[in-house]
Design a protein around this ligand. Structure first.
Ligand code: SF4
Ligand code: SF4
Length: 304
C-alpha cells in the first residue's frame, strides 16, 4: 500500500481525545457509512472539490473554464462555475488557477517528518491536560505500516497519541499499533450484521472480533468505544442497550454515544455527490436517552 494522503490537519481540537489536540486526517476508508461527515476522506486518491459560494464568477475570473481540457466546466445563470462530474477526471488543473479556493484539491502526500513538525508547533498547548496527536480519517488502520512509523516518531518526541478507528482492519495491524497508542476511539455502530452491511457496506463481524481481542490485549492503551447514533439505523433504546451490554463486558472500557448531525452535508455538494441521509433527524426522546446514558458512563469512568 502506498503512503496515505493527508486531507486536513486541525489544531486546537477539544473533542478527539484528552486536552488540546492536533488532528491529522488521512484519506481512505474501507467502509461507506451513509452518515459519514467527512466524505472527502472516503476515497484513497486525490479528489477535486468545488464550493459554489466562493466562486467569484465568470465575468471577473473564469480561469477554471479555460484550464479544463475536459470541457467539464460551464457557468450557471448567476455566473458561477458548474462542473459536469461525468466529464471531470480530477486532473486538478482548475484547482491550480482558482484564486478564490472555490476549486480545491482534497488530499496531499506528506512526509512523516513534516507532519510531526507541524504537530510539534502546537506543543505548548499539549501540556495542559494530556493533549497531543490524534490520527483520524478515513481509517488510520488502513495504512498500518505507515501509521506505526508515524506513531513511533510521535513517541520519540514524547507526544500523547490517539487514533479514531471504525475497527475494520487486520487484527495484526491493530495489535502492533496499540504499542504506540495512549488512547483508541473504537466505533461499535450496530450489533445487527445485516443492518451494518446495508448502512456501512461492511459486515460487523471483524469489528466485533477485533474489539473483543483488543480489550484482552490492550495493557496501557485506554479504550473508548463510541456509537454514532443514526436515525433509522440504530436509534432505538433496544439497539443501543445491546451495544452497551457488549461494550460493558470489557473491563476499563469507556463509552460514549455521538448523536447524529448534518455538518457534513455541504461537503457532499462540494464533491458533486448526493447526501445519502436525506432529511432524517433524531427524536427528542432518543437525544435525551443519549444524554443520560453518556452521563452515566462518565460517572462510571470517574469512579474507576
Ligand atoms: S479537475 Fe475536473 S473540472 Fe477541474 S480542470 Fe480537471 S477535469 Fe476540469
Ligand atoms: S477559477 Fe474559481 S473563482 Fe474563478 S470562476 Fe472558476 S471557480 Fe470561480
Amino acid at each position: 500500500m502506498v503512503d496515505p494522503l493527508v486531507f486536513n490537519i486541525q489544531n486546537y481540537s477539544l473533542n478527539d481525545g484528552p486536552g488540546i489536540r492536533t488532528i491529522v486526517f488521512l484519506k481512505g476508508c474501507p467502509m461507506r457509512c451513509r452518515w459519514c461527515c467527512n466524505p472527502e476522506s472516503q476515497e484513497y486518491n486525490i479528489e477535486m472539490s468545488y464550493t459554489r459560494k466562493n466562486c467569484i464568477g465568470e465575468e471577473e475570473c473564469g480561469f477554471c473554464k479555460r484550464s479544463c481540457h475536459q470541457k467539464a466546466i460551464t457557468f450557471d445563470e448567476e455566473g458561477k462555475a458548474k462542473i459536469e462530474k461525468s466529464l471531470c477526471t480530477d486532473c486538478l488543473s482548475c484547482t491550480k488557477v482558482c484564486p478564490a479556493m472555490a476549486m480545491k484539491q482534497q488530499g496531499k502526500p506528506m512526509e512523516i517528518s513534516e507532519i510531526i513538525d507541524q504537530v510539534l508547533r502546537q506543543e505548548l498547548f499539549y501540556h495542559h491536560g494530556e493533549g497531543g496527536l490524534t490520527v483520524s480519517g478515513g481509517e488510520p488502520l488502513s495504512h498500518g505500516d505507515w501509521l506505526i512509523r508515524l506513531l513511533k516518531e510521535a513517541k520519540k518526541h514524547r507526544l500523547h497519541t490517539a487514533i479514531e478507528t471504525c475497527g475494520y482492519a487486520s487484527y495484526e495491524v491493530l495489535k502492533e499499533v496499540i504499542n504506540y497508542l495512549d488512547v483508541i476511539f473504537f466505533d461499535i455502530k450496530s450489533m445487527n450484521d445485516e443492518k451494518h452491511k446495508r448502512y456501512t457496506g461492511k459486515s460487523n463481524q471483524i469489528i466485533l472480533d477485533n474489539f473483543k481481542q483488543l480489550v484482552q490485549d490492550a495493557k496501557t492503551t485506554k479504550i473508548t468505544a463510541r456509537t454514532p447514533v443514526i436515525p433509522g439505523f440504530n436509534d432505538t433504546v433496544e439497539e443501543l442497550e445491546e451495544i452497551q451490554r457488549f461494550v460493558a463486558k470489557g473491563k476499563n472500557v469507556s463509552y460514549e454515544m455521538l448523536p447524529y448531525h448534518r455538518f457534513g452535508k455541504g461537503k457532499y455538494e462540494m464533491l458533486g455527490r448526493t447526501y445519502p441521509m436525506g432529511d432524517v433527524l433524531l427524536s427528542e426522546e432518543i437525544k435525551t436517552y443519549i444524554q443520560k446514558q453518556n452521563e452515566k458512563w462518565r460517572k462510571k469512568e470517574c469512579q474507576s
